[in-house]
Design a binder for this molecule. Sequence first.
Ligand code: HEC
Ligand code: HEC
Ligand code: HEC
Ligand code: HEC
Ligand code: HEC
Ligand code: HEC
Length: 146
Amino acid sequence: MFAKNGVTPDCVECHFLTDGFGVSMFSIEQHMETPFPLEGAHQATPCFECHMKDGKTWTFRNIGATCTDCHDNVHGDDFVENGSTDCKRCHVADDWFPKLFDHDLTEFPLVGEHVTVDCRECHKVADDGKVPSFKIERFACADCHK
Ligand code: HEC
Ligand code: HEC
Ligand code: HEC
Ligand code: HEC
Ligand code: HEC
Ligand code: HEC
C-alpha cells in the first residue's frame, strides 16, 4: 500500500523497533501531505475509525476521500445540484453547523429581528428528531405571521 514507484519503504520509516507494530510514528503533519488533510474534528478522530472500517484490517488506500464516502447525506434531494450534493458548499469538518452557508444569498435574506431567530423556529425539526427539510416554498410575511 505504501510503495512508491514500485519500491516499498523501509518499515522503520513509520515503526519504532522498540514499540512493536501496534503504533506508528505517522503523524498528523505527515497526514497533511496526503490527498486527505486531517482538519477540525477529523484530527480528534481515532485512526481506526477511518482506516479499519471493517474492524479487522488496516487499509490506507482507496478508502474514499469525499464526505459521502463516510457520512450519510441527511438532506435527501434538498441540495442536489447537477445530480449530486456538494457538502463542502456548506460544511467544514468542525461540526455540522453549516459555516460556509450564507443565508443572504437565498431569496429570503435574514434581516432585522430575523437575524436573532433560532434556525429551528423557521426550519422546524420533525418529531422524529431528523434534520428538517430546509426547503420553504412560501415565505411572504403572512405565511408565518398573522
Ligand atoms: C507509511 C507508514 C508505514 C509504513 C512505511 C509501514 N507501516 Fe505498518 N502501520 C502503519 C500504520 C499507520 C499502522 C496502524 C497502527 C497505528 O498507527 O496505530 C500500521 C500497522 C502495522 C501493523 C499492525 C497491524 C495490526 O493489525 O495491528 C503491522 C504488523 C505493520 N504495520 C507492519 C509493517 C511492516 C512489516 C512494514 C514494512 C514492510 C510496515 N508496517 C511499514 C504505517 C506504516
Ligand atoms: C477522518 C478520516 C481519517 C482519519 C481519522 C485518519 N485518516 Fe489517514 N487517511 C484518510 C484518507 C481519506 C486517506 C487517503 C486515502 C487514499 O489516498 O485513498 C488517508 C491516508 C493515510 C495514509 C496513507 C499515506 C500515503 O502516503 O499513502 C496513512 C499512512 C494514514 N492515512 C495514516 C493515518 C493515521 C496514523 C491516522 C491517525 C493518527 C489517520 N490516518 C487518521 C482518512 C483518515
Ligand atoms: C474516510 C472517512 C471520512 C471522510 C472522507 C470524511 N469524514 Fe468526517 N468523520 C469521519 C469519522 C470516522 C468521524 C468521527 C465519527 C463521526 O462523528 O461520525 C468524522 C467526523 C466528522 C465531523 C464531526 C461530527 C460531530 O458530530 O462532531 C464532521 C463535521 C465531519 N466529519 C465532516 C466531514 C466533511 C464536511 C467531509 C468532507 C469534506 C468529511 N467529514 C469527510 C470520517 C470521514
Ligand atoms: C445548503 C447547505 C447544506 C449543504 C449543501 C449540506 N448541508 Fe448538511 N446541514 C445543513 C444545515 C443547515 C444543517 C443543520 C445544522 C444544525 O441543525 O445546526 C445541516 C446538518 C447536517 C448534519 C447533522 C444532522 C443532525 O442530525 O444534526 C449532517 C450529518 C449533514 N448536514 C451532512 C451533510 C452531508 C453529508 C452533505 C453532503 C451530501 C451536506 N450535509 C450538505 C446545510 C447543508
Ligand atoms: C425567519 C425565518 C428563518 C430563519 C430564522 C432561518 N431561515 Fe433558513 N430559510 C428561510 C426561508 C423562508 C428559506 C427559503 C428561501 C429560498 O427558498 O430561497 C430558507 C432557506 C434556507 C436554506 C436552503 C437554501 C437552499 O439552497 O435551498 C438553508 C440551508 C437554510 N435556510 C438554513 C438556515 C440556517 C442554518 C439558519 C440559522 C442560522 C436559518 N436558515 C434561519 C427562513 C429562515
Ligand atoms: C418562514 C417564516 C417567516 C417568514 C416568511 C417571516 N417571518 Fe418574521 N419571524 C418568524 C419567526 C419564527 C420569528 C420569531 C418568533 C416570533 O417572534 O414570532 C419572526 C420574528 C419576526 C419579528 C419580531 C417579532 C417580535 O415580536 O419581536 C418581526 C417584526 C418579523 N418577524 C417580521 C416579519 C416580516 C415583516 C416578514 C415579511 C417581510 C416576516 N417576518 C417573514 C418567521 C417568519
